[in-house]
Design a protein around this ligand. Structure first.
Ligand code: ATP
Length: 853
């Protein structure tokens, strides 16, 4: 019985509309769950059997729809999503099953064939339709059964919005074979366990893992990708030129160029089709017919024009020209901001980072503009291209052609993402082995003299040769996995092209479509493949840029711990009296470094800090120039708490000679002038003479212009220390901190330096840290620092008299026991020298004198 027209229309509408509605709904809802990290609960993986049943049922559904590609696509996508998601949120699934059920029942009822099945085929169709309806009912029931089982042991309210990261990323504890959706599917996402293993050996891998963990942690805290990405808004002022209208216009014009490129991606193949059609019409034109002769040159000109506009000579060039200043603006803004931020962070930050961490943090500054450029210039145009292509191909060749494209793209993206994750393990292994080879080479070359001394050159050769072989083997494995990725991608694209060609050729040969249309299809299809080919590169760029951006964000969120208080005044240093009151401090709160340290140093006096190594002497100096702030208590200079004065004014008044002076890789002159940039050459020479280093410098072939090498490696330890002393003298500070300033010089040079130091320290409050007690015995006050406490305080004579810790240290240094009776001569006379290495006889005499008293 023929159906009324309205029922026919309804049938067609349901037949085609339902899969489209399901496709759109599932796509959007699933994407939303991914972006908001929504999951059901973590108990789902215990129900693997039932989940497997659901996946099988959905795949069977997909297979039964072989004649309706959209349905096959949607149910295949559902089963893949379910397979990939450990704890899925179900709302993207239920409505599609419900719609499927309603559509099946409606089609079943309206088609009437169930009443009078006229053939075996129709009977089979009825049975399949019934089974499908049954599956649509069974699926939610299995699902509800799962939820019922899960809700018992788990608190659903809490679990409802758990982050669906792969376990490793989310918690950094358990390992998981599967990546949850919502996780960052980076190249390395499946090889975390290897990472932690290699991490201890390879800082690069460890750093990468740290960034991933940071991303996972912040993602979990934020609850969804939108808020997570919103965290990067802190960088917006550095990326978007707020201050410059000119640059803003340029950026907008670049957007225009991109849209023009999208349009040209359609127009060029379309024009090619027109060109072919015009040539075809020209060939077919009958001489003498009433139709005008088709113009073949106009379409050619049009095509040539479009090709020119879309090429690097026009649009490409224009886009680059417009964008370059914007790119430079963001590079300038973000690099200088991150450098300035780093330079203003406090000691606790700098002490905890390696120099490569810090330089990477600055170079990572490019990551944010990179990320934005990749998304704006590659990802967004690629998706616009695909959307336009879907619309264009569906219009010209019908919805089936559009569907072929969508299916190809979805499969391509899915498989590429999975294969990239697989390849990541190989890549990590390859990089680790490559770096190992490099390390072996470097170590053996660096250790050439040791290898020669121990006659191990052959051993080093074998070691390197083995490392090269391992490298080669791993390269084969990595290259093959890369080729496999390319091969699978190529196969998917070829299958897509074959599908499109079959449909196109069929339409041209059987449905009278023009040959130009086929040309358009071929050209357009080929053009669409190129952005897809770069998808894996884009994915990797995004993944690395995101990691770098995360590091940069962490850096920007780190605040300096030592800062000027509001209304801090400049330090008014009149005399230089220093007072510590109950100062406590700890680098790590689990282990106190200074405990209730109190002492007072009158203006212009010299105080020496002595005691066991690691006792806290250097820390006391670091507290004075506020490399760290006290945790409790206070430090006052001339009655001003140093936390109430500006950092700049405090450090301007202090001259430091550190334990291990750091010199810049520049000339000696530049290093010396660093103390006072406007110092004249004569002043520098005077300072160097005072530090007994002038003659030494003059003996270098390049004199003061000699380069000191990285961190001053080209100078001996003693030369470096003397340059550091000269630098401190040049600064003309009012308070002086000498941290084992002469530990690396010989006794003779030390005697030379003492004159310079005498000049430097005269009438200035001076702190000296020293291990050689003979160098500080003339100090006005000696503080013995043990385990973070001042255990003794007094002059050299007083402390020897006390017969305590200092006396014991002194006796050890001069190799006599406290009650040794060998020495009975007189104490050395005070000559006012600050630093003086006494002869052994003198030292022994001094101690013995006090023992006798
Ligand atoms: N930046 C830091 N972070 C963590 N701990 C630190 C840091 N600097 C020093 N320490 C620890 O603090 C303690 C005191 O160190 P400090 O350098 O003040 O000792 P010191 O008395 O000067 O030793 P030395 O005579 O060997 O120079 C030591 O246990 C040291 O390991």
């Amino acid at each position: 019985m023929p159906l009324p027209l309205s029922s026919q229309d309804l049938l067609v509408a349901i037949y085609y509309g339902t899969p489209i509605a399901c496709f759109v709904y599932f796509g959007l809802a699933f994407s939303f769950t991914v972006c908001t990290l929504q999951t059901q609960d973590s108990g789902m993986n215990r129900q693997r059997g039932r989940r497997g049943l659901m996946i099988t049922l959905i795949l069977a559904l997909a297979a039964t729809y072989f004649y309706l590609l959209a349905c096959t696509a949607i149910f295949t996508a559902q089963s893949l999503a379910l397979y990939d998601t450990e704890s899925p949120a179900w709302y993207p699934y239920y409505p599609t099953w419900f719609l499927g059920l309603v559509a099946e029942i409606t089609l079943f009822v309206l088609s009437d064939t169930w009443k009078y099945p006229s053939s075996m085929f129709e009977l089979v169709c009825i049975i399949i339709q019934s089974l499908r309806a049954g599956a649509f009912v069974a699926l939610p029931m299995i699902c509800l059964g799962l939820r019922g089982n899960i809700s018992r042991p788990y608190d659903n309210a809490d679990a409802e919005r758990q982050a669906l990261l792969s376990k490793r990323l989310a918690s950094n504890t358990a390992s998981s074979d599967e990546n949850g959706y919502g996780s960052i599917e980076t190249e390395d996402s499946d090889t975390a366990d290897n990472t932690s293993e290699a991490g201890s050996e390879d800082s690069w891998i460890a750093r990468e893992q740290q960034s991933k963990d940071a991303i996972a942690k912040r993602l979990k805290e934020n609850g969804n990708w939108f808020t997570y990405l919103n965290g990067f808004m802190i960088f917006l002022p550095y990326v978007w030129p707020y201050q410059s209208k000119r640059l803003q216009i340029r950026a907008l014009l670049v957007g225009g160029c991109l849209l023009a490129s999208n349009a040209l991606h359609v127009l060029v193949p379309r024009q090619m089709g027109k060109m072919v059609d015009s040539v075809d019409a020209y060939i077919k034109h009958q001489p003498g017919s009433s139709d005008s002769v088709p113009n073949v040159w106009l379409p050619v000109l049009g095509y040539a024009l479009l090709i020119f506009v879309s090429g690097g000579a026009c649009l490409g060039w224009l886009r680059r020209w417009l964008w370059l200043p914007v790119e430079q603006y963001s590079y300038d803004a973000i690099s200088t901001a991150s450098h300035a931020h780093l330079m203003n962070l406090s000691s606790d930050f700098h002490d905890s980072k390696t120099s490569s961490d810090l330089t990477q943090a600055i170079s990572g500054g490019r990551s944010v503009p990179n990320l934005l450029e990749t998304v704006c210039f590659e990802v967004v145009p690629m998706f616009i291209d695909l959307a336009v292509a879907f619309a264009f191909l569906s219009t010209i060749f019908g919805p089936l052609m559009g569907l072929i494209l969508v299916v190809e793209a979805v499969i391509y993206f899915y498989v590429t993402t999975k294969l990239i994750a697989f390849r990541a393990g190989k890549r990590r292994e390859y990089i680790a082995i490559y770096r190992k080879e490099w390390n072996v080479a470097q170590q053996s070359l660096d250790g050439w003299s040791t290898a020669s001394l121990f006659n191990q050159i052959k051993h080093e050769e074998d070691r390197y040769s083995l490392a090269v072989k391992e490298h080669m083997a791993s390269q084969v494995s990595y290259e093959m996995s890369t080729q496999a990725l390319g091969a699978v991608q190529g196969a998917i694209m070829t299958l897509g092209l074959i599908g499109a060609l079959f449909l196109g050729v069929w339409q041209v040969s059987r449905q009278g479509r023009s040959i130009g249309n086929l040309t358009t299809l071929l050209a357009y299809w080929a053009q669409l493949q190129s952005p897809l080919q770069f998808f894996s590169t884009i994915l990797r760029t995004i993944s690395y840029s995101l990691m770098d951006a995360e590091r940069l964000l962490e850096l920007f969120q780190t605040k300096p711990t030592v800062i000027d208080r509001p209304n801090a005044a400049p330090l008014n240093l009149t005399h230089g009296e220093v007072e510590f009151t109950n100062v406590s401090f700890a680098y790590d709160k689990r282990k106190p470094t200074l405990k209730e340290v109190s002492f007072s140093i009158p203006a212009g006096k010299t105080v020496a800090l002595v005691g066991e190594t690691g006792g806290g002497k250097t820390t006391i100096l670091k507290m004075i120039d506020r490399f760290y702030d006290v945790k409790s208590g206070s430090i006052k200079i001339d009655d001003q708490d140093i936390r109430d004065v500006t950092l700049q004014s405090l450090r301007a008044k202090i001259g430091v000679v550190p334990q291990d002076p750091m010199l810049f890789n520049d000339s000696i002159m530049s290093n010396l002038r660093y103390a006072r940039l406007d110092a004249t050459d004569e002043e520098v020479f005077e300072a160097c003479k005072a530090a007994a280093v002038h003659d030494k410098i003059m003996s270098f072939p390049d004199g003061y212009s000699a380069k000191v090498g990285d961190r001053g490696v080209k100078l001996s330890g003693g030369e470096k220390q003397r340059v550091a002393i000269a630098r401190a003298i040049l600064k003309k500070p009012e308070l002086i901190l000498l941290d084992e300033a002469t530990s690396a010089v010989d006794t003779e040079t030390e005697v030379q330096i003492q004159d310079g130091l005498k000049v430097l320290c005269r009438n200035r409050t001076t702190f000296i840290v020293a291990h050689r007690l003979s160098t500080v015995m003339r100090a006005d006050r000696i503080l013995v620092v043990m385990n973070g406490e001042i255990v003794e305080n007094g002059s050299h004579d007083e402390l020897l008299h006390k017969d305590g810790k200092y006396a014991s240290l002194w006796s050890k240094q001069i190799s006599v026991k406290p009650n040794d009776s060998r020495s009975r001569s007189k104490s050395p006379k005070r000559d006012g020298d600050l630093i003086n290495d006494l002869s052994m006889t003198q030292q022994t005499t001094t101690l013995s004198k006090w023992r006798r008293k």
